[in-house]
Design a protein around this ligand. Structure first.
Ligand code: BES
Ligand code: MN
Ligand code: ZN
Length: 511
């Protein structure tokens, strides 16, 4: 899909000649719906055609302005009224932001339905809501909602498929530089999340560890980042026994992608690590066939990290960001890792592999230990589709959050709330860590039936030492995510926007 052109305009929307002109209306607590536009307002007041429109969240109505009628003042092909729902006085700014993302998603849905290429959205001017927030989140909602993955589908000659939005115009009665900046921030965030979705949508044979390496190199070239790829020989030399063990049964060589963004003025360094498991069969501890195809998504953490680095490259924040994506698939074969095998991680810690399907922690352990040793970061955040257990605990609505530093956790929760990607913290501690003690090695890679998400994090904790660290378990939110207008079925791109928000709000004082 071509990139959508984005324009902020202060020009009278009546003169917009495109396919769809959208007005967003609030549902009043009582009485009739009101509109700023006098003609629309009179329609809403009259008992006629629009009187039934109640402006409930997501309710929409499309009109086709006819010639020689009052509505002729609208030059657009279609006029759409979209309900924003009631404005709860208790809404904080994060809830308002989410309202506009959702509205944006509904607009995208209607645009897809009527195959509208060029649309204009009039940004509502609401009490107590910053125009910049509206612009940013409306753009996010529309662009995230307009996402589809059609690469492998044949084009239908008789019914040419809709190519997606070519132009999105926002009308604002405050088209100031600040609003424009916010709008562009929304654009970057949505594009990066869609890029992560593209990677995730690729099947296991379309997106391999080598694809991660190529994507890393492309980003580096485009944004002047530094890219290093550790090959199998490098991993052997460095003693990365975790990723090598997981890769042992595979026909595809493993890669460790390292991307470095160094700000012009060096302040602090954030290390981000993403699980890049391009297909998780479970290995010798093989998964059941039903639903196994979904394990092509086991690289969503790695995709989120590359998405983040795209925005970091564009925005050049004044915190250094180093990204690590350990990439491999997890396959059974004669040479594959076996239950009971003992491996030695990069840090020297030995681990008894009780279950080869608990492979994510094995590759992350090497990446965390290596990244911390090599880059001495001030903070580490990892993102991984790590455990099915997080779905048991939190379903598909919240990302699991664990870590060793209250301030990092607090900031991540805040960032997630601002982005509509909520996170819920789970506890850690010595009682859970005991579950991964092994008789024969320093630790083992599973912790028994209880608290699977926590024991997985307890495993990672062994490799971060004193560094402030947080872990996002996105197994429930990376796909099959909670139903939202701006998250189509398939991979959600979760994590990209939360992490860029976390980076944008980084204070020079650090953690
Ligand atoms: N990639 C899976 C986790 C997963 C499961 C993600 C379901 C999304 C949906 C991970 O590698 C895994 O297999 N974890 C095991 C760990 C267990 C063997 C201790 C799990 O969660 O079952
Ligand atoms: Mn697994
Ligand atoms: Zn996995």
């Amino acid at each position: 899909m071509e990139a959508t052109k984005l324009v902020l305009s202060g020009k009278n929307p009546e003169t917009f000649k495109g396919d769809l002109l959208v007005y967003c209306l609030e549902q009043p607590v009582k009485g009739k719906v009101k509109a700023d536009h006098p003609l629309i307002d009179s329609w809403l007041k009259s008992r006629g055609r629009l009187a039934e429109f109640s402006a409930k969240a997501g309710e929409s109505l499309i009109l086709y302005p006819e010639k020689n009628k009052a509505e002729e003042v609208f030059q657009a092909k279609r006029l759409m009224l979209l309900g924003l729902g009631k404005s709860d006085k208790k809404h904080g700014s994060d809830e308002h932001r989410e309202r506009f993302r959702i509205a944006g998603g509904h607009i995208a849905g209607q645009a897809i339905r009527v195959k509208a290429d060029k649309i204009m959205v009039c940004l509502p001017d609401l009490d107590g809501v910053r125009a910049g927030d509206v612009a940013e989140t409306m753009v996010e909602g529309v662009l995230l909602g307009d996402y589809r993955f059609l690469k492998y589908k044949k084009k239908d000659e008789d019914d040419p498929s809709y190519e997606g939005l070519k132009e999105l115009r926002l009308y604002s009665n405050d088209p100031s530089i600040t609003v424009r900046k916010n709008m562009m921030a929304g654009l970057r965030a949505a594009r990066a999340a869609c890029r992560a979705r593209d990677m995730a949508n690729e099947p296991g044979n379309g997106w391999t560890p080598a694809s991660f390496a190529a994507a890393g190199r492309d980003l580096a070239e485009q944004y002047g980042l530094q890219c290093t790829i550790l090959e199998r020989a490098d991993m052997e030399h460095l003693g990365m026994g975790g990723i090598l063990a997981v890769n042992q049964g595979s026909a595809e060589p493993p890669k460790m992608v390292i991307l470095e963004y160094n700000p012009p003025k060096k302040t602090q360094t954030l290390l981000v690590v993403g699980k890049g498991l391009t297909f998780d069969s479970g290995g010798v501890s093989i998964k059941p066939s039903a639903g196994m195809e979904d394990m092509k998504y086991d690289m969503c953490g790695g995709a989120a990290i590359l998405g983040l680095m795209q925005i970091v490259g564009e925005e050049m924040p004044d915190v250094g960001v180093v990204a690590l994506v350990p990439a491999t698939d997890n396959m059974p074969s004669g040479s594959a890792l076996k239950p009971g095998d003992i491996i030695t991680h990069y840090s020297g810690v030995t681990s008894e592999v009780v279950n080869t399907d608990a492979e994510g922690r094995l590759i992350l352990a090497d990446a965390l230990a290596y990244g911390i040793k090599k880059f001495s970061p001030d903070c580490v955040v990892d993102v991984a589709t790590l455990t099915g257990a997080v779905i048991v605990g939190l379903g598909h609505h919240y990302t699991g959050l664990l870590g060793n530093n209250d301030e990092v956790i607090r900031r991540l929760i805040k960032a997630g709330e601002r982005c509509g990607e909520p996170l819920w913290r789970l506890p850690m501690g010595p009682d859970y860590s005991k579950q991964i003690e092994s008789q024969v090695a320093d630790i083992k890679n599973t912790g028994g039936p209880g608290a699977g998400t926590i024991t997985a994090a307890a495993y990672l904790e062994k490799f971060v030492g004193e560094t402030p660290w947080a872990h996002l378990d996105i197994a429930g939110t990376a796909w099959n995510y909670t139903e939202k207008s701006y998250i189509p079925k398939g991979p959600s791109g979760v994590g990209v926007r939360t992490l860029i928000e976390f980076v944008r709000r980084w204070r020079k004082t650090g953690i």
